[in-house]
Design a protein. Structure first.
Ligand code: SF4
Length: 250
């Protein structure tokens, strides 16, 4: 007889998902290329509504010409615009990059500030960008980065009902340990690209079939109607699948 499945709380599910994400994507890192906090800030501003792959094609030349906040603050705006054109919304992004760098020079001694409150004063910087910069440039977990992948997966996994990224972030901060706030986002982004993509989630390759209220059961192998979903694909199977998946760019 099949033992009854233990009903997990939302927090327990979140922690179980986090543990599995760590095993599936042990080496997940920020996929933007940068060498300094200023460069990470600029790359993150450029990544809005754009793929990291595209940003990484644009930034080497941009950073060769304008390597730091002082150079970007004093640049000819049209020069920046031309170099970031292919990332979309290029005029606004260029203005924000220059505005942020000017404020960094005048208010913060040429250094990217290291608090959420100060970062939010920079043009073009909302919580998502600030979280990325604080976590990856300074190792500070001030919040949970909520991008389009994190929003979609957090919804599908039933961890929030909210639509507003700030409220989604607040929900996730209650569910996850602070040291894992940023690595949760990075790993969930990997999973969103590789398995739970926007148009066609590959539930038959997913590690979370037993934890996800959105699982498409029609995609799962039929093993026995008397078995719980978790048995349709073992964790070992899932790890094997994840190891063989190539991670496409955002
Ligand atoms: S079970 Fe399906 S919907 Fe749920 S996280 Fe996995 S791929 Fe996405």
């Amino acid at each position: 007889m099949t033992p009854p499945r233990k009903r997990l709380t939302k927090k327990q599910r979140a922690l179980e998902i986090l543990a599995r994400l760590k095993q599936m994507y042990p080496d997940a890192v920020c996929s933007l290329d940068y060498e300094t906090p200023v460069q990470l800030l600029v790359a993150t501003i450029l990544s809005a509504q754009c793929t990291d792959e595209r940003v990484n094609k644009v930034t080497p030349e941009l950073f060769r010409r304008f390597p730091d906040a002082a150079a970007l603050a004093n640049a000819d705006l049209e020069d920046i615009i031309e170099r970031v054109r292919s990332t979309g919304f290029y005029r606004n992004k260029a203005k924000n990059i220059q505005g942020a760098c000017r404020l960094i020079m005048t208010e913060f001694g040429g250094q990217v500030p290291q608090t959420m409150e100060e970062l939010l004063k920079l043009p073009g910087v909302a919580r998502k960008t600030a979280n990325v910069v604080l976590a990856h440039a300074f190792g500070i977990n001030a919040g949970v980065t909520v991008d389009t992948h994190v929003k979609r997966l957090t919804h599908r996994l039933g961890l929030t009902q909210e639509e507003d990224p700030v409220k989604i972030e607040r929900d996730l901060m209650k569910l996850l340990p602070q040291p894992d706030w940023e690595n949760w986002s990075i790993r969930l982004i990997y999973h969103g690209r590789a398995v739970c993509n926007a148009r066609r989630p590959l539930c038959d390759r997913c590690l979370f079939t037993d934890l996800c209220p959105s699982v498409d059961r029609s995609l799962l192998p039929v093993v026995s109607t008397s078995l719980p979903i978790a048995s349709a694909m073992t964790l070992e199977d899932n790890f094997r699948v994840s190891e063989t998946l190539s991670l496409p760019p955002k």
